[in-house]
Write a protein that binds this ligand. Sequence first.
Ligand code: GLA
Length: 383
Amino acid sequence: MKRWPFLLLALAVIGCGPAGPEPNNNLAPTPPMGWNSWNKFACNINEKLIREIADAMVTTGMKDAGYQYVIIDDCWQLPRRENGHLMADPDSFPGGIKALADYVHAKGLKLGLYSDRGLRTCQNKAGSHDHETTDAQDFAAWGVDYVKYDNCNPAFLSNQEADFRRMRECLNNCGRPIVFSICCWGFGDWMPAVGDLWRTTGDITDKWGRMVELIDTNEQYANLSAPSHWNDPDMLEIGNGGMTDVEYRSQFSLWAIMAAPLIAGNDLRQMSKATLETLTNKEVIAVDQDPLGAQGTMVESSDKDLLVYAKNLKDAGQKAVVLFNRTDSGSPMTVHWGKIGLAPGTAQVRDLWAHKELGKFKDSYKVYVPSHATVLVKVTTLN
Ligand code: GLA
């Protein structure tokens, strides 16, 4: 039995032609930023929606803020054709994926597409099992730049790692750089060698409690974070209505401090001012996109729900800090320089949400944080 994975792996590599570059060839030097159809639209997707989302990404300023990938999740497919190829559902995507990719590319954006390692996707559409070579070549020919690869309905006796490695190899050999997003709803040791990003958690829902759970799970793998090696605690729910604007801002602060992929999941065509401001705050995005690629971790807590997170930045004299109040009442919170890797002494503190210098502070910074809110500051040592 134990030989199965190796046999499958060997067959996979042969099936995909000569070995290409090593996986993880730095296709995602900073956490991917974009939009995905699933959280808001689930299976109610079509090419008009995807075009309008691409338009909105440009006109709202999301593109200028760094959002790049327009990702079509599950439900774009018909059952696999007799000739072995996947095809987009002509009712919802009459122009096909290639035309959509051309449209998205003409806007200076990139296209992402969903498939699954199993026989069927999570919505029972055609999966890529046993068709990895054909699918990777088709995705490349259509102009796909990013593949999200899911974990539903695996074939009998198939091996999860071998299935994902096979698709990675096929994508490597398809002649087009394609970011590989692993979606297995939990971490596996093999993932950093195979994907550019990997889900560390089950699915997010548009609820405060669930969002907070994902932060705790994702934190366990912080030491793995690096360029093209991103822990993915799932997509953003900002603007979908199940949380308050304060809570959505907390999701964005935490995703930024965790160097998580920033994949918006709301309707970009009709956003409130607060939603747009949250999604496009450039100083907060810069924390997420810092080229060092470190993931911030929890460094001090005065209560199990009053948590301070710090993230190393490329400039060693600077740290990004989130003070996160998970309790049901407002509270003062303090970050101490000693806890974030800075020497005691004076440091400059800048409020990144407000784009405002707060002044010089000795050894620590104390601030009132409302319930469920975050304060996000940059601390620069002056020693
Ligand atoms: C799984 C994934 C989700 C989404 C759906 C689509 O649940 O984790 O992100 O892609 O499948 O069916």
